[in-house]
Design a protein around this ligand. Structure first.
Ligand code: ADP
Ligand code: MG
Length: 730
């Protein structure tokens, strides 16, 4: 069936790809207001000779590789464009397995042979770089002495300029691989997974004859980002925030989010100025931003970009996080992206809105009005359901981290059990699919608001479910368990690959069965039979109820769904045989590339907790304990002087005992954490389990002892800014 592409989907998915959007139409482009710091399609069209631009388009479509001659022409055009904008240096910008971004600047100037300098960027420097790779985590992919690593230009993501008051650097998005071509970064596997999903999805389109004019299918991604803004001076007075991005101590203030008065509330002026500046900077970089609002916790906010093709969206996500951090300082803020900077109030996530779209802009997860007649949609839907069920453990593993562990399952974010929310309409549809025939699509109808002056509004066919980790939202899935600090490249590599595998399975089954069908009705029936079997086998993953309840934990267990509560529990799922053979089959990760990721993952967990416990011990010993002892001394003095004045001091004595017990408890808990803090010498995997079983509880107990003291010790003596101050000063 031929479907009308949706305008929003076109705008986003073709933002960078070969586009059917009429770029010639006169309209005011945002970059004409703010200026543009991205070497985007339009800039290339304007600046490159027609033939070279055409070959860029071909390379982007995956049709050919870039020739050396074309690379020279593009490099010169890019350099001219950049120096007009004050650029002096360039860098291949890549995403090593730290989850952060990396850059090494090279000057654009070379000697002209006559004592002066000229600007130059060669084709080679554009396409390829060779940074020393030895200090990036490789997870055993190479030894330190094998230092060579290569960066390779990713043509599909526009180069961009990062600027400050006296510098401007041209950043060239790149992949990063080792000397023997193994992926040392997050982008390379992501690009491979996009190829995998395209190949398999195209087979499904072919079955339905909807592949005409379509060159590729990609996934689309819109990642909503939650974050906190803290006054910069207070931030620097908290060593835990500075070194761990979260508070390791802090008692709850009387008022925090209980009144729900922050969520969607009016945005404080300083914050709004900050947001506007962030959006202006992102617009310059060609990153489209859609929404901004206050989040649940005081001091917490959200920014959501408009979705794009996944590779681009992942690069843009990384740039967005950096922009939040860098702009915050200018407004006297520190931006905190940690999943749980403050215990007891809402944490931050990154809602990963994911769908599949053709390069012509058709959203393949849009059920349309008559979903029950839309067999192609049902195939894609069943593909996702099967993938999530089959790889629930991997999906859980790909978003776990020491930082996200604080959030998952804490009744504010989805639990550690992966399930899918489909809503009424799709649940009804899959029940029909299971029975073998589909005859209706539930409709939401309209809502009459009761007042004559208010319009009648259209109601969706099902409500939202905020508690579900993987929820269908009208025309896409929202993976809500992703952490706010995470690079979205890895979770999306996983989603793309598991869905590619299921589409492969479905395409193979369907191609086989329709060979035997002679009429369209038979073909239809055989596809329905295949889908019915998929639903029977995989419907256990669908859960529309409240994911926060105890009952769900029990029911999920009965359904055989994994419940991997902490990061160490998820490690085996990362590189078990099923996962490894899938990644290998779709050429996303070789076994050694996957193993390296599992090792880096475990090491990062251990390192993070190592830094946190060291920091905790330091703050407890050198800041909190001295303050508490000083308070104790003052109370003790008060007891002595009161009694020597002949006045009853029994109340004061009680205070003294309380505080002295508290100090004693603190000393004990410091010693207890110190005792289990030996894991840094263990193998990463062993250390992970040691942390889970011994260290986390010791950290919690030390914190509880300190937080108790915070409620008793003279505020003028307390050495750290309080939660009240941190969360409300804006
Ligand atoms: P919510 O109500 O879920 O908080 P937001 O408006 O904050 O919604 O964010 C929704 C996100 O989903 C945006 O980033 C939006 O661009 C993205 N989105 C919309 N359609 C698609 C799609 N087809 N594929 C991927 N992401 C999408
Ligand atoms: Mg959302």
């Amino acid at each position: 069936m031929n479907r009308e592409p949706q305008s929003e989907a076109i705008a986003a998915s073709n933002y960078w790809q070969k586009t059917s959007l009429d770029a010639q139409k006169p309209r005011q482009r945002i970059d004409e207001i703010f200026g543009l710091d991205a070497f985007d399609m339009r800039t290339m069209r304007q600046r490159l000779p027609k033939s070279v631009f055409k070959s860029v388009e071909e390379v982007m479509g995956g049709g050919s590789k870039l020739s050396q001659d074309d690379a020279e022409v593009i490099a010169t055009a890019m350099k001219d464009w950049a120096i007009e904008r004050g650029v002096t240096h360039f860098t291949h910008w890549f995403q090593p397995m730290t989850g952060l971004t990396a850059e090494k600047h090279d000057s654009l100037t070379v000697p002209d042979g006559e004592g002066g300098l000229v600007y130059r960027l060669s084709g080679n420097s554009l396409i390829q770089g060779e940074p020393d790779a030895s200090s990036f985590p490789s997870g055993g992919l190479r030894a330190t002495f094998e230092a060579r690593g290569y960066t390779a230009w990713d043509v599909t993501s526009p180069a961009f300029i990062v600027r400050g008051s006296n510098y401007a650097t041209l950043c060239i998005p790149s992949a990063f691989v080792s000397w023997n071509g193994e992926a040392l970064d997050k982008k390379t596997p992501l690009l491979r997974s996009i190829d995998a999903i395209s190949t398999q999805a195209m087979r499904i389109l072919k079955v339905f004859g909807t592949d005409e004019g379509v060159n590729s299918v990609g996934s689309t991604l819109g990642a909503e980002q939650e974050y906190f803004l803290i006054d910069r001076n207070l931030y620097h007075a908290r060593p835990d925030l500075v070194s761990c991005d979260r508070t390791l101590f802090g008692s709850m203030p009387p008022k925090h989010q209980q009144l729900d008065d922050h969520y969607f509330g009016s945005i404080p002026t300083r914050v709004l100025s900050f947001m506007a500046e962030v959006e202006r900077e992102l617009a310059r970089l060609g990153i489209p931003v859609q929404t901004r609002h206050n989040e649940v916790a005081p001091g917490q906010y959200e920014i959501a970009p408009l979705f794009e093709t996944t590779n681009l969206a992942c690069d843009h996500q990384a740039m967005l996080m950096q922009t939040l951090k860098s702009v915050a300082g200018r407004f006297g803020f520190a931006a905190i992206l940690h999943e749980k900077p403050f215990a007891g109030v809402n944490g931050s996530g990154k809602h990963n809105n994911w769908s599949m779209s053709t390069d012509t802009g058709v959203n393949l997860l849009d059920p349309q009005d008559e979903a029950h007649n839309n067999l192609q949609f049902m195939v894609f839907l069943c593909g996702v359901i099967r993938a999530v069920h089959k790889h629930a453990d991997l999906l859980r593993a790909c978003i776990s981290s020491a930082t996200n562990d604080h959030r998952l399952g804490a009744n504010e974010a989805p639990p550690a059990i992966i399930s899918i929310f489909l809503g009424d309409m799709l649940t009804d549809l899959i029940e029909q699919i299971e029975k073998g025939s589909t005859s209706r699509t539930l409709k939401g109808g309209r809502l009459d608001l009761g007042a004559r002056t208010l319009p009648e509004i259209k109601r969706d066919s099902g409500d939202r479910n905020r508690t579900s980790p993987f929820a269908f939202i009208g025309n896409r899935f929202e993976f809500r368990a992703v952490g706010s600090t995470a690079s979205v490249a890895w979770p999306n590599t996983v989603i793309n690959t598991i869905v590619a595998e299921s589409l492969d399975y479905l395409a193979t089954q369907i191609e086989k069965s329709i060979k035997k069908s002679t009429t369209p009705a038979q073909k239809d029936a055989s596809i329905r039979k295949i889908l019915s079997d998929v639903i029977k086998d995989h419907k256990a993953i669908v859960f529309n109820g409240d994911n926060y309840t105890e009952e769900w934990q029990a029911e999920a267990e009965a359904r055989g769904l994994p419940n991997l509560k902490t990061t160490p529990d998820t490690i085996p799922a990362l590189n078990n045989r099923q996962t490894a053979s899938m990644f290998k089959k779709y050429k996303v990760l070789s076994n050694s590339e996957l193993d390296s990721r599992a090792e880096i993952f475990a090491t990062k967990y251990v390192t993070t907790i190592g830094i946190e416990s060291r920091q905790m011990l330091s703050i407890a010993r050198t800041l909190i304990l001295p303050a508490a002892i000083e308070h104790q001394r003052r109370v003790a003095n008060a007891v002595v002087s009161t009694e020597s004045a002949g006045v009853d001091a029994s109340g004061l004595r009680e205070s003294l005992e309380l505080i002295s017990d508290g100090v004693h408890a603190l000393e004990q808990k410091i010693a207890a954490l110190d005792e289990v803090f030996s894991f840094t010498q263990l193998e990463p995997l062993e250390a992970c389990y040691h942390i889970r079983d011994h260290v986390l509880s010791a950290m919690d107990e030390l914190r509880a002892a300190a937080d108790f003291l915070e409620t008793r010790v003279d505020q003028n003596l307390w050495p750290l800014p309080s939660y009240s101050q941190l969360l409300t000063m804006r």
